[in-house]
Design a protein around this ligand. Structure first.
Ligand code: C2E
Ligand code: MG
Ligand code: MG
Ligand code: MG
Length: 278
C-alpha cells in the first residue's frame, strides 16, 4: 500500500486494502490467545462408501471461531500461518484435539477413523522430530494404530529432489501406526510416478477433476482409480456435489466419496447428530 500511496495521490486511495492488511495483522497477533482460548474448532466431513452409503472415516478441518470476525475458513488464515511458521503449532493443536475426540468416542464404543491435514513443511524438512511429537501425543491419548490418517498435500512433491525425503517420512509415519494419504492428487504437478515412489494407503482425487467434468476427465479418473487399485491404494473422490457423479464413481469402483452431496463439514455436535440419523 505504501507503493500505491507514493505513486497515486490520495484521490485513488482505497481503504479496503488497508483494512485487509489490518485484519491480517490482527489475525496474526491474536494467534496465541486464540490457541489459549480454544477458538480453533474441529469441523468434520464424512467420507462415504457409495455402495453401502455408510461413512468410513471422516476428515477433520479447522475453523476459527473468531470473537470479532465470526467463523473463519482455513483459506483466510492457513496461508498466513504457513508464511510465518505458526502452522506447525496449529497442526499440533488440531492433532491433539482430534486425539481427545477419538479417546472420548473410544470410551463410548463408537470410534471412527479420522484424518488430519498436515502442512508440507513438516515433511520436506526431513526432520523426524515433529513425527515423534505426533506419535507421543497419540500414545498419551492411547489411540490404537490405524485410527488416525495423516493427509499430505500432493503439492509437497513439487520438487523432484524432495521425493526421497518425503518417501522416507511417509514410511516413518506408517511405521508409527498412522495411515497416510496423498491429498489433492491431480491438482498441481502430480506425476503418476509418485504413486510408485510413495507408500501411501490412500489417494484423494482433487475436486478439480469433477468441476465442469468432461468425457475426457472421466476417462482419466477411471484409469487413475484402476491404477491405484492395482497398486493397492484406496481412492477417495473429493468435492462431489451431485448424484450423477456419485453414480459414475460407483461404476468406476471408487472406494469413498467426500463432498457436499453427502454432507458439508460440520461442528462436532452436528456431526454426531448426522451420524445418528444415518
Ligand atoms: P482439503 O484437505 O483438500 O479439504 C477439502 C476442502 O474441500 C475443505 O475446505 C472442504 O470444505 C471442501 N469441500 C468438501 N466437499 C466439497 C464439495 O462438495 N464442494 C466444494 N466446493 N468444496 C468441498 P476447507 O475446510 O475450507 O479446507 C481447505 C483446505 O485447508 C483443506 O483442503 C486443507 O488443505 C487445509 N486445512 C484445513 N484444515 C487444516 C488443518 O488443520 N491443518 C492444515 N495444515 N491444513 C488444513
Ligand atoms: Mg485434506
Ligand atoms: Mg483435499
Ligand atoms: Mg482439495
Amino acid at each position: 500500500s505504501t507503493y500505491q500511496l507514493e505513486n497515486e495521490p490520495c484521490r485513488f486511495y482505497d481503504d479496503s486494502l488497508g483494512k485487509q492488511v489490518d485484519r491480517e495483522q490482527s489475525l496474526d497477533d491474536s494467534f496465541k490467545s486464540a490457541i489459549r482460548n480454544r477458538e480453533f474448532k474441529l469441523y468434520i466431513q464424512p467420507k462415504v462408501c457409495p455402495n453401502q452409503n455408510r461413512t468410513q472415516g471422516d476428515e477433520v478441518l479447522v475453523r476459527w471461531q473468531h470473537p470479532e470476525y465470526g467463523l473463519l475458513f482455513p483459506g483466510e488464515f492457513i496461508p498466513l500461518f504457513e508464511q510465518n511458521g505458526k502452522i506447525q503449532e496449529l497442526d499440533f493443536y488440531m492433532f491433539e484435539e482430534t486425539c481427545k475426540l477419538l479417546k472420548a468416542w473410544l470410551a463410548e464404543g463408537r470410534a471412527m477413523p479420522l484424518s488430519v491435514n498436515l502442512f508440507r513443511a513438516h515433511l520436506i524438512s526431513g526432520d523426524m522430530s515433529c513425527l515423534d511429537r505426533f506419535k507421543s501425543i497419540k500414545e498419551a491419548y492411547q489411540i490404537p494404530d490405524g485410527l488416525i490418517e495423516l493427509e499430505l498435500t500432493e503439492s509437497l512433491m513439487l520438487e523432484r529432489r524432495e521425493v526421497g525425503v518425503v518417501a522416507g517420512m511417509i514410511d516413518c509415519i506408517r511405521s508409527m501406526g498412522f495411515l497416510c494419504s496423498m491429498d489433492d492428487f491431480g491438482f498441481g504437478y502430480s506425476s503418476l510416478a509418485l504413486l510408485k515412489d510413495l507408500n501411501v494407503d490412500t489417494v484423494k482425487l482433487d475436486r478439480q477433476f469433477f468441476v465442469g467434468e468432461s468425457e475426457k476427465s472421466w476417462i482419466v479418473v477411471g484409469q487413475l482409480i484402476r491404477l491405484a487399485h492395482e497398486l493397492g491404494i484406496t481412492v477417495v473422490a473429493e468435492g462431489i456435489e451431485d448424484k450423477s457423479q456419485v453414480e459414475k464413481l460407483r461404476q468406476y469402483d471408487c472406494d469413498l466419496i467426500q463432498g457436499y452431496v453427502y454432507a458439508k463439514p460440520m461442528s462436532v455436535p452436528d456431526f454426531q447428530n448426522w451420524v445418528a440419523t444415518q
